[in-house]
Design a protein around this ligand. Structure first.
Ligand SMILES: *[C@@H]1O[C@H](CO)[C@@H](O)[C@H](O)[C@H]1NC(C)=O
Ligand SMILES: *[C@@H]1O[C@H](CO)[C@@H](O)[C@H](O)[C@H]1NC(C)=O
Ligand SMILES: *[C@@H]1O[C@H](CO)[C@@H](O)[C@H](O)[C@H]1NC(C)=O
Ligand SMILES: *[C@@H]1O[C@H](CO)[C@@H](O)[C@H](O)[C@H]1NC(C)=O
Ligand SMILES: *[C@@H]1O[C@H](CO)[C@@H](O)[C@H](O)[C@H]1NC(C)=O
Ligand SMILES: *[C@@H]1O[C@H](CO)[C@@H](O)[C@H](O)[C@H]1NC(C)=O
Ligand SMILES: *[C@@H]1O[C@H](CO)[C@@H](O)[C@H](O)[C@H]1NC(C)=O
Ligand SMILES: *[C@@H]1O[C@H](CO)[C@@H](O)[C@H](O)[C@H]1NC(C)=O
Length: 421
């Protein structure tokens, strides 16, 4: 036993040491992130398998214990691993090895395609390839499975796909702010669960139909996922338009939080344009506005600084300095994948499959993300074999891990206790 453990430890250390020798002048030139006590920055060399050197935050990991339970936390858009710093120490103090990577396209993870918009290889950013990144990360950390993969926003999509494709590795999952939307087939406007896929032309035609219907509304509207997929989106995100980047980002966090008094999310009966029009404009935008113009208009007359209590300037500074270095296009490529038939075609591979391990859905009471895909939340018992319920946390909107970290930790720990027994 002892020698196996030592061999394993030696292998992990060798990988980390090789990395610092080979890959890391760039990484060493970056200032350390301002992390709470107990959280470390690590780099995991996955170059040989996925091309990435994965930057991750880690807490509570005993490098000599292969048997420790691991939790993987996946951030969403427009965020980085840093979004988890307020819950990692508490999860770690309950015995878990907690690892939060910067995903492909984000933060200090490197090795992803940074070529210009028109030349980038989008296939790299597909959901299935991003699951491959996670498999490689788990192995790179020296493990073969994890207790739970916990994803927020776009990170929830990746967590859901990880749990769907590799239930042996990702043995349970927590889906935050984006309920699992099972792979669809063309002839069905709604997701189907038991029929084989017929043809794969659906994704764009469905989005095109939806976009045409939104454009006929008065005033004309458009869906943010298509907006974020356009070549012009990155510049607006990078600069914040007339607001400037700081006020824009704070305003974006504000309007999707419980602090904005106009968030009254509820179930929608269908994906018809008249139903989608009830969703606030950060999701279903005015056709004539950029995201920064949308946020400028939605925050007019409000003091977005009320968010300082859960998003102090010192935290916002971290996001700003990281995104100033990388730009937003890497993460925006995720939306290009979502809205591309070519890149979502391979998802039909999993049509009809259920997520096998235990699942909970978690979000803030004031989060429209829960309802933006009508029918997804209600379908959980069909899309998952072991759905344990949905929990909407009071006093939070979209950013539960920032707005109500304690309530979130408590709910996640309860789930982890349940599945352990
Ligand atoms: C990657 O492959 C090279 C060449 O085979 C090898 O020297 C190196 O140790 C590998 N790196 C890792 C982290 O396994
Ligand atoms: C997960 O990995 C641990 C450590 O290698 C192993 O003991 C355990 O059997 C694995 N669990 C599953 C469900 O594969
Ligand atoms: C595939 O679906 C599209 C969109 O619904 C439809 O127009 C097309 O005729 C279908 N193709 C076949 C071969 O059924
Ligand atoms: C697939 O196509 C067949 C024959 O074209 C049709 O009978 C069937 O209903 C279709 N299935 C779905 C799920 O659309
Ligand atoms: C959904 O349909 C029900 C029954 O027709 C109706 O009472 C409810 O107001 C509708 N909800 C929305 C958001 O339109
Ligand atoms: C976009 O259109 C809406 C609705 O007509 C209007 O209120 C708004 O001022 C316009 N925005 C810009 C930036 O022109
Ligand atoms: C909000 O705080 C910033 C400093 O972070 C300050 O520049 C700005 O004036 C404040 N806005 C309001 C409305 O108080
Ligand atoms: C799913 O099923 C469980 C028990 O089978 C039930 O308690 C729960 O209300 C169902 N959830 C949904 C969203 O239908």
């Amino acid at each position: 036993m002892y020698s196996m453990a030592t061999t394993w430890l030696a292998a992990v250390l060798t990988a980390l040491i090789n990395l610092s020798a080979a890959a890391s002048n760039f990484h060493r030139s970056l200032p350390s992130l301002p992390l709470p006590h107990g959280i470390d920055e690590i780099y995991v060399d996955c170059v040989n398998s996925t091309g990435l050197v994965v930057h991750a935050l880690s807490a509570g990991c005993h490098q000599d214990s292969q048997d420790q339970s691991v939790l993987i936390l996946l951030h969403g858009y427009p965020e980085i691993a840093y979004t988890w710093v307020h819950i990692m120490p508490k999860l770690a103090s309950n015995g878990y090895c907690v690892v939060a990577p910067d995903l492909r396209g984000a933060g200090r993870t490197t090795g992803w395609d940074t070529k210009p918009y028109s030349q980038v290889d989008l296939a790299e950013f597909s959901d299935i390839n991003m699951v491959r990144d996670l498999v490689s990360l788990v192995y790179g950390l020296g493990y073969t499975n994890v207790t739970s993969v916990i994803g927020h926003d776009y990170g929830a999509i990746i967590a859901e796909w990880a749990a769907l494709i590799r239930p042996d590795i990702f043995t349970s999952s927590v889906h935050m702010s984006n309920p699992f939307d099972a792979p669809r087939t063309p002839s069905h406007p709604a997701p189907i669960y038991n029929d084989p896929p017929n043809n794969t032309t659906s994704t764009t035609s469905k989005l095109e139909q939806q976009e045409a219907a939104l454009a006929k509304l008065s005033p004309p509207r458009k869906y943010y996922q298509l907006y974020n997929s356009q070549p012009s989106a990155a510049n607006d995100w990078n600069t914040g338009g007339a607001l400037g980047q700081r006020a824009f980002l704070r305003g974006y966090f504000y309007t999707k939080s419980a602090d904005w008094p106009e968030n009254h999310p509820h179930t929608l009966n269908s994906s018809d344009a008249t139903q989608l029009a009830m969703i606030p404009r950060y999701y279903v935008m005015y056709q004539n506005e950029s995201m920064s113009e949308t946020i400028q208009s939605l925050t007019r007359g409000y003091n977005t600084n009320v968010t300082q209590s859960w998003l102090p300037d010192s935290d916002l500074d971290v996001y700003i300095s990281e995104f100033q270095r990388t730009g937003f296009q890497g993460e925006l490529n995720w939306y290009r994948v979502l809205t591309s038939t070519a890149e979502t075609t391979s998802n039909f591979l999993m049509a009809g499959a259920k997520i096998r391990g235990p699942v909970i859905y978690l979000s803030g009471e004031k989060d429209w993300g829960t309802y933006q895909h009508p029918g997804a939340l209600e379908s959980y018992n069909k899309t998952c074999a072991d759905f344990r319920g949905s929990f909407l946390i009071e006093g939070a909107g979209h950013w539960v891990q920032l707005e109500q970290p304690e309530a979130l930790v408590e709910r996640v720990l309860r789930f982890l206790d349940e599945i352990r027994s």
